[in-house]
Ligand binder design. Sequence first.
Ligand code: DX5
Ligand code: ZN
Length: 219
Amino acid sequence: MTKIEILPSLLAADFGALADEIRRAEASGADALHIDIMDPHFVPNLSFGPDVVALARRTAPGFPRNVHLMMSRPDLYLEKFVSAGADSVQIHVEADCDVHDALACVRALGAKNAIVFNPETPAEAVLPYLGEVDGVLVMTVHPGYGGQAFIEECLPKIARVRAAAPSLDLMVDGGVNTATAARAAAAGANQLVAGSYLFAQKDMAAAVAGMREVASCAR
Ligand code: DX5
Ligand code: ZN
């Protein structure tokens, strides 16, 4: 059975103290740092570039970096993000590029890959990719912003992907807190991204441990 992993999303960190926030996330006992890369064509917002991935590597070399590319042309930036320190790279099925090629390129560069799909996209859209990925990411909010509510209608899509891929890593991203983490894990998710919930905690380590516990019990 796939292991439960918790990934704090840097988008919810205090941008005035990014290095401290990266250290706080690592010290919490979380499994990896989730770094959201946005271009304003793919989503109505902008976030970080490769320099922030490099900052995370410099600040916490032993804390894996999971890079979520919300970009129309992720294919043009894969080399930059992997050389900046991305250990895993997630590509949207809705991107404007050859997604099969982009996923293969991530692996050729030496990183793990995953396919992502948005709330309005059916699970069937990612099924053709299951044989060529290390993981699947089910978006449980509309990408672009942190702090949104978990879209409950996405739960059956998590279950659908888990039924089709019993041993792949299956991640959820958006609106995850202890309550929604339990429902996502019960549906089959094993990797939980949480931004605003975790970074708002005074004691992030206790929140990570609590989320791991409820998710493990929910399976
Ligand atoms: C949304 C991002 C998420 C976001 C999650 O576009 O992909 O990773 O940071 O934030 P919360 O946990 O606040 O919904
Ligand atoms: Zn994300």
